[in-house]
Design a protein around this ligand. Sequence first.
Ligand SMILES: [Zn+2]
Length: 700
Amino acid sequence: MSLAETPVESLSAEAAAAELERLARELAEHDQRYFQDDAPLISDGDYDALKHRNLAIEARFPELVRPDSPSRRVGAAVSEAFAAVPHGVPMLSLDNAFSAGDVEDFVRRVKRFLALDATPIRLTAEPKIDGLSASLTYVSGRLVRAATRGDGRVGEDVTANILTIADIPKTLLGDDIPDRIEIRGEVYIAHADFAAMNSAAEAAGERTYANPRNAAAGSLRQIDARVTASRPLRFFAYAWGETSAPLGATQTEALERLASFGFSTNPLSKTVTDVEGLLGAYQDLEARRSDLDYDIDGVVYKIDRLDWQERLGAVGRTPRWAIAHKFPAEQARTRLLGIDIQVGRTGALTPVAKLQPVTVGGVVVRNATLHNADEIARKDICVGDMVIVQRAGDVIPQIVGAVASERPASAEPYAFPTICPCELQTAVTQEMTGAGVLTVVRRCTGELACPYQKIEHLKHFVSRRAFDIEGLGEKQLAGFFQDDWISEPADIFRLAIKDAQSLKKLKDREGAGETSVKNLFAAIESRRTISLARFIFGLGIRHVGETTAQTLARGYGSAHAFLTAMDQVAAGDPTAIEDLDALDQIGTAVVEACKAFFGESHTRDLVQRLFDELTVLEAEAPRADTAVAGKTVVFTGALERLTRDEAKAQAERLGAKVASSVSKKTDIVVAGPGAGSKLKTAAELGVRILSEDEWIALIG
Ligand SMILES: [Zn+2]
């Protein structure tokens, strides 16, 4: 069983930490793909499962909750392409109901909260439009600002884009309009418009969208509002945020007011008085779902009386007075024709099912995600199988499983490739977390030599903390990469020669002036001499961050010594491996990563070509003449005069080694307020314990 499948209750603390790290990374990646690139890779159901697993692990190991925990984030980080707009009243996210029982519970909770056991309560049932939420602020009846939902607290300013949507009034109608009001609703694209838009894009060789929701999100979040204007966006209003005057006494009245202002409101919304009414509305909408010209993924129930909504309030980011009753996923059966492997920009291999085209929930499906090798094995899927395909109101369809009784006699279990489909034909390895635990991800070991991964490696190479080349940012780099001027780090240092030999000079190619080309060459030249730590960090070896690169630089002293040792590590030399492992904070994951990186001949050659272009400075030998030289120090608790990073950097400058856990090898523990188990361990082991002031006095 892989770590990702280990039940939460059987995880050790170490494995839990590794899982939390993986989940934080994976969820951040999915968030990025979903919210910023509008191109999700997994279904909402799978995404939720990852989130739940993260929460369950955090509940069991509260001390392991990470600062970048996905549970601390709701929705998307705001893209830097748009100005940030804080929402006056947060845009909440609804709780979900999946069964009639969940709906009964919801109504019971509301009644209990309001102490209304016998009194009937009116509720609204509104179709849940599968689009993109937006917030529109009107002052004196005029639309002044529009924002996306973002993370619920801060959205993105998309005013120029929203102004292009025909059924959003620029000026509110009527004469009794609140001075200031924020209207909320859903931006969406109708099915017919979506189909026309995608076929036009396909004909023009442009990118197509997976579904109407992604198309709506992608269209609204265009940098150029003229592009948005060309897209068939529509809007349903269903809620409001801040308002200077109430819209009515009930949700129903408020919706009528929104319509009177000139908004489209959904004609299928209705008011009911009990659970049966809610479930009836749900069944009715579910039956009509496939005939609607827009996607809905459930029904939203709200308490009709607004004073009751106010009394019910919210728990965290979730209102108590509303719930979303989700439709079950739509499924269909079809034949699995083959499995393609896609290589991502970080070298991850993703299997994609090629299907006999089949209609699922009104959409023709040809591909479905199979996630990873373990998933294929777990679902026991063979090429040629009859499989069940599911679309959960969203994103890329997935395969639920195979129909065992319809397996062709010739079907064989799928063998996940052990060689990357990239031209290098390099080996595929199972990815390991920083804690040295295997994950479900399979990766090409070609790293910066693999054509799929090169660009990410190059971006890392020129980034601020690595080679930091002025005038060679991501954008310029992408251009050079596209035109084959730069395909590996060494090429950067040959750019001037290439330019001298080229018929098409850089300044013509870039449309840049003579001076800026000269400046670029000067900036590159100035980085030809580089510190060992930056050289190592710039290579982008897995699990080798800035700190680890510094450790390696200090440990080996020179690039020559480092590369020689790495060649020995790659060759499996036990002494070299032991030496590497013995460096402070270097564990199995780094050792394995170095082995794979330097053991890959294409990568090793490429590093050599880079090295031949450079003068790599020797690492500064740690100081031996200070009170803490050679000592191992652990900082714990809060520091008041220094930040943790400062304290660490200072200690290292003075020749000390900074460790994160207390052991017999620890010489000094610097304990601030709030120090816990580490302080206790130090006392038990008889390790010298200093306050922050005592520490500062010691180092002078
Ligand atoms: Zn590859």
